[in-house]
Unconditional design. Structure first.
Ligand code: SF4
Length: 433
């Protein structure tokens, strides 16, 4: 799913067609690709968290493209990959034919390596083993004298590691001059660069979610059932926390309130829903005095009357972590420790054991958004083949996750019961974190 999503995203956002629309305009496509990379590099160099996030995304994109080139070459003589390496001055030491023949048995013993026929045409490269740690850990290369011997087809991980190191260094350098550039360019690009990470305009940007009848689906009456059926883990946890404590702390009210608003819950329904929960532990007067204003503010009816947008995943992931047991905002994939997240996935019966292992592996690698997208994939089988379900923003925006899930269930005829029974079951079984 991720690879095909990436391909679609590249096609949509980084590919310009020629005037007759039949061919890709390579020159123009390259221009927007390069420009967008450097704009983002400038916008995401400011803090350690932003740099780490940007580095992870760029490396993933780079690796995906490199693997596509490598796969195209697979079975042939890797012309495209070799051409790429030569063009980009990757200094890999090619193993001579004589040396290759003398190491034949050892090289042939690498698991998954070429068969005897392919061995003849396979090129091998020698790199310091420190640069091939990923291959070493997977036993996918032969090591001798401090060098790793790697077939051309497996060069990808070495090149990707070099790319990461080089981009990481460039980001650190850019961070050093960002303050000056932003200051000099205050009137032009400074504010744009500073605000870029908190904006989300991609696919799945918040839109009211409507049902088959064209009506908004989210109301005080339906929210319990839809929380269980269609909300991503962050919002499910906020919902569960609200049902359990009958209140939410400030950050939680903001994160959940803006999500609900973005998903189409009206001010009246939002107020009704929060009032229903909060007044279990306080009077209506207290609720009106302390919380109703904040809800109206969220909907742009008080204060600056600004149109606040729901938080995207990145803003949530990079935001303040919740205080355990007291606050429920944040992203569980980022902010829960491994044991808590694993227990939560098990309790919610997300997929089977191997699905949960796959989600946890992504979380442990720091791929929080991919872990979330995997959660979607596991709980919405074959979603990409259901017509009209837009998966593009899943893993990038909680509202996109919700929207895709609701349309998946609508299209596949499995719509949530709007009875409160289902939600009450969830509340009874909650208790993790
Ligand atoms: S990745 Fe995004 S949608 Fe998923 S749980 Fe985290 S914040 Fe929510």
């Amino acid at each position: 799913m991720f690879r095909s999503q990436l391909d679609t995203s590249i096609k949509t956002n980084l590919t310009i067609s020629s005037s007759d629309s039949k061919k890709v305009n390579v020159t123009e496509s390259k221009k927007i690709d390069v420009a967008s990379h450097f704009i983002l590099r400038a916008a995401y160099c400011r803090t350690e968290d932003l740099r780490r996030w940007f580095l992870a995304q760029e490396c993933r994109l780079f690796r995906h493209r490199l693997e596509s080139v490598s796969n195209k070459s697979h079975g042939g003589n890797n012309d495209a990959l070799r051409e790429f390496l030569a063009h980009n001055d990757f200094d890999l030491d090619r193993v001579t034919r004589n040396e290759k023949d003398s190491l034949r048995d050892k090289l042939m013993s690498i698991p998954g390596g070429p068969n005897p026929v392919e061995f003849h045409t396979t090129e091998y490269y020698r790199v310091p083993f420190i640069q091939a740690l990923e291959l070493v850990s997977r036993r996918e290369c032969y090591i001798e004298g401090g060098y790793a011997y790697v077939p051309l087809g497996r060069i990808v991980s070495i090149v990707a590691a070099k790319f990461r190191a080089s981009l990481s260094k460039s980001l650190a350098l850019a961070a050093g001059v960002f303050g000056q550039v932003a200051h000099d360019e205050q009137a032009r690009i400074g504010p744009l660069l500073k605000g870029m990470n908190s904006q989300y305009t991609g696919p799945g940007a918040p839109n009211a979610v409507v049902g088959l009848d064209g009506e908004e689906v989210l109301s005080a009456a339906t929210v319990d059932a839809l929380a269980e059926q269609s909300m991503p883990l962050c919002m499910q946890q906020l919902h569960t926390g609200l049902k359990r404590d009958h209140k939410l702390k400030h950050q939680g009210r903001l994160q959940y309130g803006l999500f609900l608003k973005g998903a189409g819950m009206s001010l009246e329904e939002h107020t009704l829903f929060f009032q229903r929960e909060f007044t279990r532990i306080m009077t209506s007067e207290q609720f009106n005095k302390q919380y109703a204003y904040g809800i109206r503010h969220t909907h742009g009816k008080e204060g600056k009357r600004a149109s606040y947008t729901p938080y995207n995943c990145m803003k949530i992931i990079l935001g303040n972590p919740p205080q355990s047991g007291v606050e429920h905002h944040g992203c569980p994939y980022k902010h829960y420790d491994d044991a808590n997240l694993s227990a939560l996935l098990g309790k919610l019966k997300i997929g089977n054991v191997s699905d949960r292992d796959a989600i946890m592996a992504l979380k442990k690698d720091g791929n929080f958004q991919l872990a979330c997208a995997k959660h979607f994939e596991v709980t919405h089988p074959a979603a990409k083949s259901v017509d009209g379900v837009n998966l593009d923003g899943v893993g990038n925006h909680p509202n996109a996750w919700f929207s895709a899930s609701v349309s998946y269930h609508n299209k596949s005829g499995k719509v949530a019961s709007t009875s409160n029974d289902m939600a009450i079951d969830v509340v009874k079984s909650e208790g993790v974190v």
